[in-house]
Design a protein around this ligand. Structure first.
Ligand code: CA
Length: 240
């Protein structure tokens, strides 16, 4: 399984390289942002990208943004030396799926990698069972095709990141039901590591922006003090 590591500090590179090689991963290294971006764009076989934020020239946030703009959906794990909420949100905002604050233990890095690969487990080179029925999840005019992993509203395609997709899939599988932030966190991000539930609010906002892009009625309702619920907003419905 191929992993791309974009990191400029030789000591960090050698530790990660050794650890991940021992764990059976095939790791390619880029020592600066621009070459990391190029390698990721040229080579679709990477299953995961580990991306440092502080890099010479183009930084990790810019690399991440460029990759998502180019529709590269490979999971990205960001490494940041700056563990403040602002920096973490900026990293996730740029399209990263997860982050790890330096310094970290190799064991933790490996756990995050396994978790990210599990979430994306049914894509790329994993064999898919044949003749799966076409499955669609729908609420009002919002639709998700779980075979092609594509979303649309009023027939218009919506581009989602891997995390946004999983979040929307979970909401659509549990319509008209109050879902707490903790439940969403566990179902969408997994329970094998601790993450602040704030990340749920951040991603709900991303999803809202995307599915309400054409000023459609709000479908993701905030239930104050409890969480969120996916539901038609009757007030906004056409009364014809
Ligand atoms: Ca660095």
């Amino acid at each position: 399984m191929k992993i791309l590591l974009v990191e400029d500090e030789p000591a960090v590179v050698s530790v990660i390289l050794r650890g991940l090689s021992e764990a059976g991963y095939e790791v390619s290294v880029a020592l600066d942002g621009a070459s990391g971006l190029q390698m990721a764009l040229d080579n679709p076989s990477f299953r995961l990208i580990i991306l440092d934020v502080m890099l010479p020239g183009m930084n990790g946030i810019e690399v991440c943004r460029s990759l998502r703009k180019a529709q590269v959906a490979t999971p990205i794990l960001m490494l940041t030396a700056l563990g403040t909420t602002e920096n973490i949100v900026m990293g996730l905002d740029s399209g990263a799926d997860d982050y790890l604050v330096k310094p970290f233990k190799l064991q933790e890095l490996e756990a995050r990698i396994r978790s990210l690969l599990r979430r994306k487990g049914n894509t790329a080179d994993t064999p898919v069972s044949p003749a799966l029925p076409l499955s669609r999840l729908r609420l009002a005019d919002l639709e998700l095709d779980t075979d092609t992993k594509s979303a649309s509203r009023q027939g218009k395609n919506i581009q989602l990141t891997a995390t946004e997709y999983r979040l929307l899939e979970y909401l659509l599988k549990n319509p008209r039901k109050v879902l707490s932030r903790m439940e969403i966190l566990e179902q969408v991000w997994g329970i094998d590591f601790n993450m602040n539930t704030k990340v749920v609010d951040v991603y709900i906002n991303y999803l809202r922006k995307k599915i309400n892009r054409h000023n459609q009625p709000e479908l993701i309702q905030t239930i104050v003090g409890l969480g969120y619920m996916l539901k038609e907003n009757n007030q906004d419905e056409d009364t014809h």
